[in-house]
Design a protein around this ligand. Structure first.
Ligand code: ADP
Length: 543
């Protein structure tokens, strides 16, 4: 390994008489080793870079000191080859490789390796510096590019979500990456896409639905901020963290996906170890989540435009069908009354007038619902809360439907305490009660039962809540229709198949009223016939 014609370095030995001082002051880590792999040179920058002091490093085998275990054999073989006079593939090259710090973490370095001959054999000189920041920036920008491209090219929200988690998984090396989205209708989080590295079996970890507050996605959604779980095994309170730990995952990071001030979901990654500091990583993920949020918002706007066109068609169909039917009944009955005025018995006249009144009421309800819908869409569905008693409201509403209940021979059971005080808008609560009761009557065949229950309880957060449910033994709602039930004009196939009249507006308005009271309404997931709607209302709505 001769080194002929070495170009001189020092021009003035009087000024630069101590080359070692130069190495000592260098900002590059300087590491020299002999042909047996022992450290013979180690400057202050090497101490700072690799964590070992000069005293600790000198004389140690470099391979065991700073080379990650999986590369050690390869490194030793290379060194033997060069020491035996073989070609040094790494000599004179600028290399990027992974080094091991004294504290056990791996990090990328850029290094150049040269050799000089000494009487004792060749000595190898390495100049190196930590390139974590540059490598990370490259990795982050690769992820951002892949995400932007994925979102631009995706043909559907599902495909977009898949591209995002793939970019995080592949480019960042996270074994598992997930994108969760809120399902407003069902009040839970759905896994829109999951990327798992090949060969990693997910077992119980691979679930696709999470209740609010559950798992990392549910917690990110609930707390509305990025969350970091440094040790999944120690997070014993969470079933999902335990499932993650069971498949060898150690850390997890999740960030919310925002659209304005609304959280659309959460982006979560799970890994064996965190290579980047918490702030840096949540920064990257939040940037990606912002892209996703903007994409979803854009998509939503497009879907709304399509829905608006569809709504217009549906509205026309509704007007022609649902308004024309009662109008025809009123006009025809009124015409009959006027033609037969002289010959009608009082009972016949009473029946005709009843028909007219019933159909006129149907039109009034529909007109009010449409007005409420318009108010809802323009954000003007006002509520005027005051101290009210829900028990009284339920009672009056049940009494008001005594006639249709008797006509259909239905049994109504009301289990409500004598008083249920809360702070709410009495007229709007009555509207909710009327809506749920009239649906229960309308969609329950003769002879069926309707059960109304309500009561107060204090939830885990110490908030007093009223739970109020209306259950019936009627035609039920097929599972396929349930997710869309609270959309305007939506009618379940069970109602359409039986040609039961309706507009699909009542539940939309009911839900809006309940939500304006900071409450929730849900359709119970019950097997078998019948339907149960459950409303939860805070006794005192939060300020
Ligand atoms: P409408 O009853 O006027 O169609 P709603 O918005 O009140 O409108 O209800 C929407 C749909 O939900 C109904 O068309 C019906 O398919 C279904 N639905 C609501 N309540 C019940 C119930 N108690 N039993 C069965 N289906 C119901």
């Amino acid at each position: 390994m001769g080194r002929p014609d070495v170009t001189p370095v020092i021009c003035n030995h009087q000024v630069l008489h101590e080359p070692e001082a130069v190495l000592a002051a260098a900002l590059e880590a300087y590491v020299a080793i002999d042909s047996t792999d022992r450290v013979v040179g180690w400057n202050a920058a090497a101490e700072a870079t690799f964590g070992h002091s000069h005293a600790e490093a000198c004389g140690r085998e470099i391979t065991a000191l700073i080379i990650p275990e999986r590369f050690r054999d390869q490194h030793r073989a290379g060194l033997r080859r060069v020491a035996a006079g073989g070609p040094g593939r790494v000599l004179g090259q600028r290399l990027q490789l992974n080094a091991l710090h004294r504290d056990g973490h791996e990090f990328p370095i850029e290094m150049t390796l040269t050799a000089t001959d000494t009487p004792g054999g060749p000595v190898f000189h390495a100049f190196a510096h930590d390139v974590t920041t540059a490598v990370r920036a490259g990795r982050f920008s690769a992820v951002e590019t892949a995400v932007s491209r994925g979102l631009a090219e995706a043909e559907s929200s599902g495909a977009a979500a898949a591209r995002v988690v793939e970019a995080l998984g592949v480019k960042m090396g996270w074994p598992v990456a997930e994108l969760w989205l809120v399902d407003v209708d069902r009040q839970l989080l759905l896994c829109a896409a999951r990327h798992a590295e090949p060969g990693r079996r997910l077992g119980a970890f691979a679930i696709d639905e999470l209740d609010y507050g559950m798992g990392l996605p549910g917690r990110v959604h609930g707390e509305r901020r990025p969350l970091w779980i440094p040790d999944l095994a120690a997070d014993t309170g969470s079933v999902r963290s335990r499932a993650a730990a069971a498949i060898g995952l150690h850390v997890a990071v999740g960030v919310p996906i925002w659209a304005g001030s609304t959280i659309l979901g959460a982006l979560c990654v799970y890994g064996d170890r965190a290579e980047d500091p918490e702030d840096t990583l949540t920064g990257l993920l939040s940037g990606v989540a912002a892209h996703v949020g903007q994409y979803l918002e854009r998509r939503r706007a497009e879907e709304l435009a399509v829905e608006l066109a569809r709504t217009k068609d549906e509205f026309l169909a509704l007007v022609t069908h649902e308004l024309r039917n009662p109008l025809t009944a009123i006009t025809a009955t009124a015409a009959m009354v006027s033609e037969e005025t002289g010959t009608l018995t009082p009972q016949e006249l009473g029946r005709y007038l009843d028909t007219i009144t019933r159909n006129a009421q149907r039109l009034t309800v529909m007109a009010e619902d449409l007005l409420d819908l318009a108010r809802l869409e323009s954000g003007h569905l006002a509520i005027h809360p005051t101290a009210v008693d829900l028990a009284g409201i339920i009672d009056t509403a049940v009494q008001a439907v005594a006639r249709p209940v008797a006509d259909k021979n239905l049994t109504v059971t009301v289990t409500v305490p004598p008083r249920l005080p809360l702070h709410a808008d009495p007229d709007r609560l009555r509207q909710v009660a009327d809506n749920l009761l009239s649906n229960a009557i309308k969609y329950t065949p003769a002879g069926g039962t309707i059960t109304v229950t309500a009561g107060t309880r204090t939830d885990d957060d110490g908030v007093d809540r009223i739970t109020w449910s209306v259950a019936d033994s009627g035609i039920g709602i097929p599972p396929a229709d349930r997710p869309r039930l609270f959309r305007r004009f939506y009618r379940a196939s069970s109602a359409l198949d039986r040609r039961i009249p309706g507009t699909g507006l009542g539940l939309v308005i009911t839900r809006a009223i309940v939500e304006r009271h900071q409450g929730t309404i849900a359709l119970a997931d019950q097997p078998g016939p019948g339907t149960t709607f459950t409303i939860e209302l805070p006794v005192k709505p939060p300020a």
